[in-house]
Write a protein that binds this ligand. Sequence first.
Ligand code: BDR
Ligand code: CA
Length: 356
Amino acid sequence: MKNLILLLLGAASFAIPGSVSAQTDERIPIIFDTDFVMPPADDSLALMLALQSPEIEILGITTVAGNDSLERATSDVLRMLEIAGQPGIPVYRGADMPLVHEKSDFAVRSYGNWYSDEPPPPPPGGFATKQIENEAAVSFIVRTVLASPNKVTLVAIGPLTNIAQAIRAEPKFAENVKQLVIMGGAIALLPDGAGNITPNAEYNFWVDPEAAHVTLRSGIPIELSPLNVSRKSALTKYWYEKMVAVETPLTRLLKDTMGARFAAEPDKSWFMYDQIAMASLIDPSLVTTERLYVDVNIDHGISYGVSVGGRKIWPGAELAQEMNVQFDLDWTRFIEMFVARVQAPLQGERKRAAEE
Ligand code: BDR
Ligand code: CA
């Protein structure tokens, strides 16, 4: 009887609120590349959305130094998979430092902890028993893409170090990636295009500008989700309370890690950077895009890590590639989908039931 109920729940997973056209055999296979930190960090909320979306099949998660150290990203993501009931998803350790960018006084004074070699703090509930895979992230990324030419989508929501290393490691890699969704950059040509770490540079691109430069010029079809579109979002106490109104392991984690913040600052709101990038793959109609040529500055001066977008090629950007650049969002549809999926019964349990 229990199995029957779980089976029915499994079938219902394709009709959860906010669902687009999900069928098991239509799932989008992705590699999720992240500078992960537990909530309230946006990477973890983006992963919750992916884990809870029947349209998405996560082939593996690769970690990278960004919001915090690589060790923190890795130990937090392992634990998150246990909490979300999907410990079978493999996790691969990636780059612990950007390609070129070195620790500086500015980095230490500003946001982020990518350069840190401090041991990671225990995640909620303690360190996971789940272990990382015995293969490096770059090897996994290249192997997986080459095994299924033009089938695998990469979702990259941290510095692009792992992706750039994969591009450099294997000449046939870029041409075999189906699509790359990137949270990164800020485009001055479009509204809301200021930076968030230097006046014009966005954090992920600024942490590893050389990696962003290699990746954007690689020829991979790119969907760019820059700060312009992030700034159309506002995670307020109202939406947080809606999310945690239902009791699940994920909403319990949100309460434990975000409740105090909303209690202390009830009028403050937060941008949903990585969640928008992830959602745009699930339902592309949530965002409005424009085709632009985008390149990244790698001169070690005042514009280090700044992304520049133009409608035509300009001198110096002859190798820039044209890509979809997101600049507007259907906020209401996005947040309603996000809330519905995060508070839905754990997809891991529904999947297991359907397989039994
Ligand atoms: C990006 O930088 C990180 O802090 C966030 O996780 C997001 O990916 C926003 O600039
Ligand atoms: Ca991120």
